[in-house]
Design a protein around this ligand. Structure first.
Ligand SMILES: [Zn+2]
Ligand SMILES: [Zn+2]
Length: 369
């Protein structure tokens, strides 16, 4: 019995008659988290983790028809037992566990295995079939511990502050910005935020997440402190007139894509910090193995290399055709996602050509391995 199949509208659960993160408008949508490629407007009914309610209402509208579940809470819909479990990706992110007639499937959504202070840590859930993301599913992606990344960021900020030069750090406004905030040392100087970031900080704080004090540059009393400040801004702010107020600033970009040679230069920033809210290659492997699943479906990004690796491990692995990934990747980098691997110096068979997963058929595709 297939508990999840790919349909033109999205990933569909036939016995439960609902979708998971559908990309077209449907009657019932289970939403794993609030990033734009997973949480879309226009569904009649939404189901999501309670911790993500503030984010979803902020992004999709206060009046959406939303039912929430606490992590681990079970509801029964048409005989399908459904529960949500922490994915460690962003505030409110969840894996979806489905149980029907003794079969257990888990759809991961996006996930990260390293714990951070801004959302509950990833929880491994045993299942027969696991649907995993694979945004960074290549061996070149291996993250430093985040404590080291935070130390690097704070050191960069301190050096700039010593020279009375503002530090501007570009990062995705939802998730990444709050995670960075949680790791900043507020003793170095004021923390300034762009208008796209602060509303999400507010939702995090209302959700009980401890973040250091932030302010808008326009509210700053003592403008002489601008040179001691760090500024968190979305990639879209780069090159706009909003930046002019910071004078001769130093800038940086925080993203998993910074792992790729050439990305920092193309972004035109002084520094690149390799920091992602997705699992790296070892993290993906460990997470998949820990589920105990014999069957794995792969979505997002690097589907082919992950499917091949899983098949080599003796698992039944296939790619799932979805419309996830592009929007989030673009928002994270300001570059089309597919722009990235071409500069990685990878052999052609190790990467998918742009859009190769998005074949005309929306059915499951058995990957060639
Ligand atoms: Zn995401
Ligand atoms: Zn995603």
């Amino acid at each position: 019995m297939e508990l999840v199949v790919a349909r033109p509208e999205g990933l569909y659960c036939p016995p439960g008659d609902f979708y998971i993160d559908p990309w077209r408008q449907v009657e019932r949508a289970v939403i794993t988290h609030g990033h734009g490629d997973h949480a879309r407007t226009g569904h009649s009914h939404y189901l999501a983790a309670a911790a993500g309610e503030g984010i979803l209402r902020k992004r999709l509208g206060e009046d959406i028809n939303l039912l929430t579940l606490e992590y681990g809470e079970v509801i029964n819909h048409h005989g399908v037992k459904l529960s949500l479990h922490p994915a460690g990706h962003v505030l409110g992110s969840a894996q979806v566990r489905l149980e029907y007639k003794g079969e257990v499937w888990v759809a991961s959504g996006d996930y990260k295995v390293e714990a951070d202070g801004t959302c509950p840590p990833f929880e491994s859930v045993r299942c027969h079939t696991f649907i995993t993301e694979s945004t960074f599913g290549l061996p070149i992606y291996k993250w430093q511990p985040q404590s080291e990344i935070f130390a690097d960021i704070n050191q960069w900020w301190q050096n700039n502050a010593d020279n009375n030069r503002t530090s501007v750090l570009f990062c995705y406004a939802f998730g990444k910005a709050q995670r960075i905030l949680s790791g900043l040392n507020p003793h170095i100087g004021p923390i300034l935020v762009h208008g796209a970031v602060e509303p999400l900080n507010k939702v995090y704080r209302e959700g009980g997440v401890n973040l250091p004090a932030t302010q808008y540059v326009s509210d700053m009393q003592d403008k002489s402190q601008i040179g001691k400040s760090i500024v968190l801004a979305p990639p879209s702010a780069q090159g706009t007139t909003w930046m002019k107020r910071f004078g001769d600033y130093s800038d940086a970009f925080a993203s998993g894509w910074m792992q790729l040679r050439g990305t920092r230069r193309r972004r035109g920033v002084d520094r690149g910090f390799i920091m992602s809210d997705h699992a790296d290659w070892p993290g993906l492997q460990a997470a998949i193995q820990a589920t105990g699943a014999e069957r794995v479906f792969v979505t997002h990004g690097q589907v082919h290399p992950m499917v091949r690796w899983l098949c080599e491990q003796g698992l039944d692995a296939q790619g799932f055709v979805t419309e996830y990934g592009e929007e989030a990747a673009e928002a994270e980098t300001g570059l089309p996602e597919t722009d990235a691997p071409s500069e990685a110096g990878l052999s052609p068979e190790a990467t998918m050509p742009p859009g190769a997963e998005g074949s005309a058929h929306m059915n499951m595709t058995k990957a060639t391995v």
